[in-house]
Structures are given as structure tokens and as C-alpha cells.
Ligand binder design. Structure first.
Ligand code: ADP
Ligand code: ZN
Length: 748
């Protein structure tokens, strides 16, 4: 048996399946040189062939019954030893199979080009499907003749002649469908077509003017100095860059990155998907020119893979991307920036449920990099970490050029029937008359409703969990989605005994309607998930604000983030408490962040801004502190609440989510799981609170019934041990899907 000889090489391979272990394979003679860590291998697995990831040589394994690798799929490693260490950390922390972590980290496009057969050539870095071909049109030798092909074709020809060569995509962008004309033009020899290989250039539509570093103001300078010191010493230091909107955070990022590049170190920049606008990426391009890779969800698998390869080959020194960019194959990282660190979109909500903001700190530590978490409204947990000295606080307390924070009026809406108050409508009219722009914001994610007492303005909350109760009209109950507490609804208000309990308010469509009645000649644009579903519609709506062809922008939280509207002088907030109604302990934090951001939209240009906030209960601390720009006050109260109610940062959470097609099976399985967890907990003698099972806030999704169990522990180690031993029990074969979310962010 050739396999049994002593020198047989055995490798450890991770398989991208939900299996809690790795596997050993023999390497056949002819693959000995190529079967090394960092490459993918085709392996037999049961009756299937799967792509696995070679982790390294296996040690101390008996060579019996091992199968052989069929093929090695790459000619160069896809990940480094350092990256593997990062993947392993991630797998352990999130209790997720290593093979699945590696699969998540690699770009999706990489798997498409996996072919069987020929050795070596189809390595991920050396070819495959990524080379995209595109048609280019050039002026042809043909002469203009009496058989001229029509007006549109002639216009197209003029453009081809003028530009010398132009891609089909570009022509379609200008002329819409134009293949009949192009066909005709090539037939007549007026144009010739050539296929070319193209790398996508994320900036190709973007004209940039070179931008010079600004002379920093004192606070910016102090922040930059602190970051630069850490860069010089090649030390891991986590910073919290806390600066109001418009205080010059991005300028600090840019100069810190510049310093890092000067030291020969690369930069990774994570931003929320929604902030990955040409506006932001353009600023980086203007400052640094080329060498930037951009990863966003608009890329096709092939395009994403292109960018990934550019990074892996060291052709990009700055990587800007949404959460998945935390896995970018960037080496020699000097600085990692997480902009808008408070954004919940850094958390992946399925599969590997990682949080890129948290992982930035882990990767930064491994790389001995500076990590800068930036925000105008940091997470409550970040503020707490800064209080404890775990994050180094850098503050930018003022807007650039001393522009004042906008003036905010709080309008109490208790007992009012209107959507738009007299104060807001007067200000809207005035702003419109002055030819200026306004934003009107209403955060209403068309999701379960909750009840608000019209006497005291407070929403109904759970006495056990301090989260809002969700109103279920059909059941006639208000229900807690953490612990299953229920009261008959509508019922009475537990705060003041009031008997008039109302479902909360109108949506954006109604608001748009009311605004049209109020100002019939104003040009109103509505932006919410209904009006932005089409590709590019988001940008089109926004450009109507920037080119001045709209007077009022109405919308949901989409309008609160990532855009700068210099001409907006008035911001109206309707139903400030809408986001307080989320059945989530972070509701107040989200409300504060959202309101602060919306308020920050006013007066970013030369004219000072004005904000009108309509609220049922203007005394609610998240609303009041946002309106008064009193962030310190908000964080103090919120941390007090978290401590009392036992939520992060004072506890650690994990959520079990169960779902299935049969309501009863899901319910039984949830009970079984909770009992099993309780048993393990007492065996381990650890302190973990087990809440639920309770129906998930969105109880039914895509036909599946959903329940959840929430685990809370004062000690992260206890939580981790409980989950580890739960996993070691192995999964029961069942039609019910069970997933575990460590540090859950969205428990809908
Ligand atoms: P933030 O990221 O905190 O919202 P930015 O970095 O975008 O703030 O700065 C807001 C505006 O002020 C931008 O137009 C930026 O170019 C400008 N800016 C930033 N720092 C300075 C500075 N030191 N001097 C002059 N302008 C600055
Ligand atoms: Zn409860």
C-alpha cells in the first residue's frame, strides 16, 4: 500500500459545512508540492466531492482509512498564516465551523471558476472567470453613404468618432437600448467593435479633482498626533474618535492613513454600506489617487473577485468596504478605521453572524495596528469602554469653522390629531418661500405596532425586560418578545392608568400626502424602502436634492445617514418616538443616534439650521438629550438603565433562533432546547440567565414560525462555556432550524 509508507503527507482540511471539526486527507505523490496551507483542494466527502481549505500539515495522525485529495485548486495561497489565525479566532468566538468562516471570508466569485482536471493553471490568482470582456466601439473605415442609418444611429456614430473608442456599456448609458443601431453601424463599416478584457474601475464615472490635506484645527491635530504615535510604534491601540457631524473626522482618517502609507503600512476602512457613496470614496480618491480597492454590495461576484485579487496581489494599499471587507486579503495593515462605528449594519445577520466593528479590534490587535472607531453618536458600550480606558478617547467637540449646531424646538404632540404641527407647517412654508430646502423625517419601519398612552405619551413596556410590548391585534394582546409576558390589549396604561391607548401613527406616504396639501406647489421627493427598490433609484432621488430640483425630501432613516445637503436649512421630525417602539433594549440608544443624526442634517452649509422635533413625550430622555445636544447626559442615563436592567455592557448576550414550517414543532423544539440549556447550565455550575422561549418579534417570516431564547450572563466565559457544551451535545436531526447569535444586535 503506497499510502502506508512512513513519509506519507497528511493535511488538515476545513470543509465549508456545518460540522464542528476539520478533516484529514492524504496527499498523493503528484500533489505533494502543491498541497500546502492557504490553498483550496477538491476532496471526496461521503459520496460527494467538495472544495475544502488546506489549513496545514496534520500532525500525529494515524494513516489509516484516510482518503486522498483529488486536486489542488490554487497555484498561490489565498490566505496568509496571519489571516488563518484571524479566521480561527472568529470561528471560536462566534461558535461557527472554521470551514464556513473561511468560505465567508473568501469572495463568492472564487468558487464559480472551480474546474476539475488540469493541474495548476486555474489558480484563483492567475485567471478564471474574473477577466471580464466588454465590447468597445471605434470609428470604422466605412464612408458616410446615402444608406445612412437614421438619426439615433448618427448621434451614436458622432459620439464614437468624438471619443475615439467607447464601451458598449457607456453607450447604453447615454442612449438606452442601442444594439440595433450599433449592429447597423458595424455592418456599414462606420464603426468596428473589439472585445477587450477589462478590470472594473469603481471610479470610472467619477471625475475627481486633486484634494490637498487641510490645515488641522487643534482637536483634529491632537487626535492625529495620538494615532500617529501609535502608528510610529507599530502598536495596537484602539481609539474612539468621538466627533459631532461635520467636526472633521474624515479629515483625520485621511491624514492618519497618509501617515500609515508613508510608514509603508496599508489601511483598511470599514463604513456602513449606505455610506459607500461616490461622495465618500471620491474624497479618498481625490486625496490618494490610485491604489484604492472598493468592496460594496453593488458589485457582482466577478467584480468583487477582481477587487479581491487586486488586494491579494498588493495592488491596492487602501481598502474601503462594508462589513465583509474586514476579511479583505490586505497584508501589512497599519490602520483600521471603522466609520460610524455605532451602525448596526456592521453585524451580519445570517450565516456567520460576525460584527465587523468588533472584529476590527481583533484583527487590529493581531496586526499591531491602530484601530479608529469613529462616530458622532458612539455605541453606549463604546462610551463605557472609553470610561474604563479600554478605548482611548479622542474628541472633536466642535464643528469645523465653528458652524453652530442647529437650533432645535421640541413640539409636544400629546392629544394632537395632526401629523404636521402648526410650528412645523409654518417653518416649512417659510423655508419654501425663501427658496431653501427641507427634510422631513419619519422613522417608521413598517413593522409590528405598539401602543402608546395618549394621556402620558408613554409606550407600553414589559415589566421584566424593559422593552416595548408589541401589539397583536388579532390575539388582542400586548406581548413581550424576550420573555413571553402578555397582557390583554388595548387595556390600560401601567404608568398612569390612562384608558386611551393608541397604535402609533402615520407612515411616510401619508406624510407626503399631507405635505402636498400644505404646500401644493412644492416639489416633494419621498425616500423609503418603497421608492428606492429599483437599481440606482436611491442616487436619483438624492441627486434631485443636490441639483435643486426638489424642495422637500420626506423619508425614513435612509435620509438620516451619509449624505450632505448643504442647502437644507430646516429639518422636521415627525413621531420622534417611532423608533422607541422597537421591542429591543437598544431602542433608546437607536432613537438618540437617529435623532442626533437627523438633527445634524440641518445647516451643514453656510446658513444656520433649524430643527423641529414633534414628540408625544418630549421629556423622554433619548428625545430630550438629542434635541439639547446633550450626549453626555444621554449616555449617563442610558448606562444607568443598562446596569439596572442587566444589558450590555454589563452583561453578555447570545440569542438562539428557532424556525420551522410547523408551529407546533418549533414550539416543542424551543422548549426542549431551553430545558437542555438549563440542564447544562446547572451541570456546569455557571451563572447564565435563560429568557424565553418567546415568539420572535417577527413571528412568521417566509412561512416559517420563529421563536427565540435569549441568554444573558455577567461573565463572557460562562456564556461561552454553556454554548460550547451545547454544541458538543451535537445537533438533533429535526426540521427545525436552530441558529446561535453571539452578541446579537437585531433580535427581530
Ligand atoms: P465628519 O467626518 O466629522 O462629518 P468631515 O471630515 O467630513 O467631518 O469635515 C466636514 C467638512 O469640513 C468637510 O467639507 C471637510 O472638507 C471640512 N474640513 C475638515 N477639516 C477641516 C479643516 N481642518 N479645515 C477646513 N476644513 C475642514
Ligand atoms: Zn419580557
Amino acid at each position: 500500500m503506497p499510502h502506508a509508507i512512513k513519509s506519507a503527507k497528511i493535511v488538515e482540511i476545513a470543509i465549508p459545512l456545518y460540522l464542528d471539526r476539520t478533516f484529514h486527507y492524504l496527499v498523493p505523490e503528484e500533489l505533494l508540492e502543491r498541497a500546502i496551507s492557504g490553498r483550496r483542494a477538491l476532496v471526496p466527502f461521503g459520496t460527494r466531492r467538495l472544495t475544502g481549505y488546506i489549513l496545514g500539515d496534520a500532525v500525529g495522525t494515524a494513516v489509516t482509512n484516510l482518503k486522498e485529495i483529488i486536486e489542488v485548486l490554487d497555484s498561490e495561497p489565498l490566505w496568509t498564516a496571519g489571516e488563518l489565525e484571524f479566521f480561527r479566532w472568529t470561528a471560536t468566538y462566534y461558535q461557527h465551523p472554521l470551514g464556513e468562516v473561511v468560505r465567508t471570508a473568501l469572495p463568492a466569485g472564487i468558487n464559480i471558476q472551480t474546474r476539475k482536471g488540469t493541474a495548476g493553471e486555474q489558480g484563483a490568482l492567475t485567471g478564471g472567470k474574473s477577466a471580464r470582456r466588454e465590447k468597445f466601439y471605434l470609428p470604422g473605415p466605412g464612408l458616410d453613404s446615402p444608406r445612412l442609418p437614421g438619426a439615433k444611429a448618427m448621434e451614436i456614430l458622432a459620439v464614437i468618432r468624438e471619443s475615439g473608442e467607447i464601451s458598449g456599456a457607456e453607450l447604453r448609458k447615454r442612449f438606452g437600448v442601442c444594439s440595433p443601431q450599433l449592429k447597423r453601424l458595424t455592418e456599414l463599416g462606420l464603426s468596428t467593435a473589439e472585445e477587450r478584457e477589462v478590470y472594473r474601475d469603481p471610479f470610472k464615472d467619477h471625475i475627481v479633482t486633486r484634494d490637498e490635506p487641510r490645515l488641522l484645527h487643534t482637536h483634529q491635530k491632537n487626535a492625529l498626533d495620538a494615532i500617529s504615535r501609535c502608528l510610529d510604534q507599530q502598536q495596537f491601540v484602539p481609539f474612539l474618535l468621538y466627533g459631532v457631524t461635520g467636526s472633521g473626522k474624515t479629515e483625520v482618517y485621511l491624514q492618519a492613513i497618509f501617515h500609515s502609507l508613508e510608514l509603508g503600512k496599508n489601511a483598511l476602512v470599514l463604513v456602513p454600506e449606505i455610506a459607500l457613496t461616490p461622495q465618500l470614496t471620491g474624497r479618498f480618491q481625490a486625496r490618494f489617487g490610485g491604489g484604492i480597492a472598493i468592496l460594496h454590495s453593488g458589485l457582482s461576484d466577478g467584480e468583487r473577485y477582481d477587487e479581491w485579487r487586486r488586494i491579494r496581489r498588493g495592488l491596492a494599499r487602501i481598502v474601503i468596504g462594508a462589513r465583509s471587507a474586514i476579511f479583505a486579503p490586505l497584508e501589512n495593515i497599519g490602520i483600521i478605521i471603522v466609520d460610524e462605528e455605532h451602525e448596526s449594519s456592521f453585524k451580519q445577520s445570517d450565516g456567520l453572524r460576525y460584527n465587523a466593528r468588533d472584529l476590527a479590534l481583533v484583527r487590529g490587535r493581531m496586526e499591531r495596528a491602530a484601530v479608529v472607531l469613529g462616530s458622532a453618536t458612539p455605541l453606549v458600550t463604546s462610551i463605557h469602554a472609553a470610561d474604563l480606558g479600554r478605548l482611548t478617547l479622542l474628541e472633536l467637540p466642535e464643528r469645523v469653522e465653528g458652524r453652530p449646531m442647529p437650533l432645535v424646538d421640541l413640539v409636544p404632540m400629546k392629544g394632537s390629531k395632526e401629523t404636521i404641527s402648526a410650528a412645523l407647517s409654518a417653518s416649512l412654508a417659510e423655508t419654501y418661500d425663501q427658496g431653501r430646502q427641507a427634510l422631513v423625517f419619519l422613522n417608521r419601519r413598517g413593522f409590528a405596532t405598539f401602543l402608546v398612552c395618549s394621556d402620558c405619551g408613554k409606550p407600553l413596556t414589559c415589566p421584566n425586560c424593559s422593552v416595548t410590548l408589541t401589539y397583536h391585534r388579532q390575539r388582542g394582546q400586548s406581548l413581550c418578545h424576550y420573555c413571553d409576558y402578555a397582557v390583554p390589549a388595548p387595556g390600560t396604561c401601567p404608568s398612569c392608568g390612562g384608558t386611551t391607548l393608541n397604535e402609533l401613527g402615520a407612515g411616510t406616504e401619508k406624510l407626503e400626502h399631507d405635505l402636498k396639501e400644505l404646500l401644493p406647489s412644492a416639489r416633494i421627493v419621498r425616500m423609503d424602502s418603497d421608492t428606492t427598490s429599483g437599481k440606482g433609484s436611491h442616487g436619483r432621488l438624492l441627486s434631485r436634492m443636490s441639483d435643486g430640483s426638489a424642495d422637500i425630501l420626506v423619508g425614513t432613516q435612509m435620509i438620516a445617514k451619509g449624505h450632505d445637503f448643504p442647502e437644507v436649512t430646516l429639518v422636521g421630525v415627525v413621531n420622534a418616538e417611532a423608533s422607541l417602539g422597537m421591542p429591543d433594549f437598544r431602542a433608546a440608544e437607536r432613537t438618540f443616534q437617529l435623532l442626533s443624526q437627523v438633527i445634524g442634517r440641518a445647516g451643514r452649509g453656510e446658513s444656520p439650521g433649524r430643527v423641529i422635533v414633534q414628540a408625544l413625550d418630549p421629556e423622554q430622555y433619548a428625545i430630550r438629550s438629542a434635541a439639547e445636544h446633550d450626549a453626555a447626559g444621554f449616555y449617563r442615563q442610558e448606562l444607568e438603565f443598562r446596569r439596572e436592567a442587566g444589558y450590555p455592557p454589563f452583561t453578555y448576550l447570545a440569542a438562539f433562533a428557532l424556525s420551522g414550517l410547523s408551529e407546533q414543532t418549533v414550539s416543542e423544539q424551543a422548549d426542549t432546547t431551553a430545558r437542555k440549556l438549563a440542564r447544562l447550565k446547572s451541570e456546569l455550575k455557571i451563572r447564565v440567565e435563560i429568557l424565553g422561549p418567546a415568539p420572535s418579534p417577527i413571528y412568521r417570516l417566509k412561512n416559517r414560525f420563529r421563536r427565540q431564547i435569549l441568554l444573558k450572563a455577567a461573565n463572557r466565559g460562562d456564556l461561552h462555556r454553556l454554548l460550547t457544551s451545547w454544541r458538543q451535545q451535537g445537533t438533533v436531526v429535526s426540521t427545525v432550524r436552530i441558529s446561535v447569535d453571539i452578541d446579537p444586535v437585531d433580535m427581530m
